[in-house]
Design a protein around this ligand. Structure first.
Ligand SMILES: C[S@@+](CC[C@H](N)C(=O)[O-])C[C@H]1O[C@@H](n2cnc3c(N)ncnc32)[C@H](O)[C@@H]1O
Length: 100
């Protein structure tokens, strides 16, 4: 999860507000640490953003627990389009929105 992805998480944190929560997934521990540090440095810490070391295809996030799943610029990297969409759909609450 590079810093521009952390920037996206920060942007979404503003949208969801204090009653919402943004979860950023990343696979490399160093990238996650950098994203967390970036969020803290620029904003003094955000209570509604967290990062997890997991992929969209292999995470233990509960089914139907998100209103919005954003997979920006991830398709080419994951390389398994149908599996990626199915995994994202699993996370969405009924009526939730997926952005690819
Ligand atoms: C071009 S970057 C886009 C990063 C971010 N989504 C953004 O829009 O700034 C592609 C990202 O996909 C991530 N990625 C690769 N395989 C993944 C998977 N199975 N689940 C989630 N992310 C994955 C990589 O770690 C990389 O950070």
């Amino acid at each position: 999860m590079p810093s521009w992805a952390a920037a996206l998480a920060v942007s979404l944190s503003v949208r969801v507000g204090p009653t919402g929560h943004v979860v950023g997934l990343g696979q490399q521990e160093s990238s996650l640490a950098a994203a967390q540090a970036w969020v803290v440095d620029l904003n003094g810490g955000l209570e509604n953003v967290s990062f997890r070391q997991a992929g969209i295809l292999d995470n233990d996030l509960p089914a139907e627990s998100f209103d919005f799943v954003h997979l920006r610029f991830v398709r080419a990297t994951v390389g398994q389009y149908d599996a990626m969409v199915a995994a994202a759909a699993r996370l969405l609450k009924p009526g939730g929105v997926m952005a690819l």
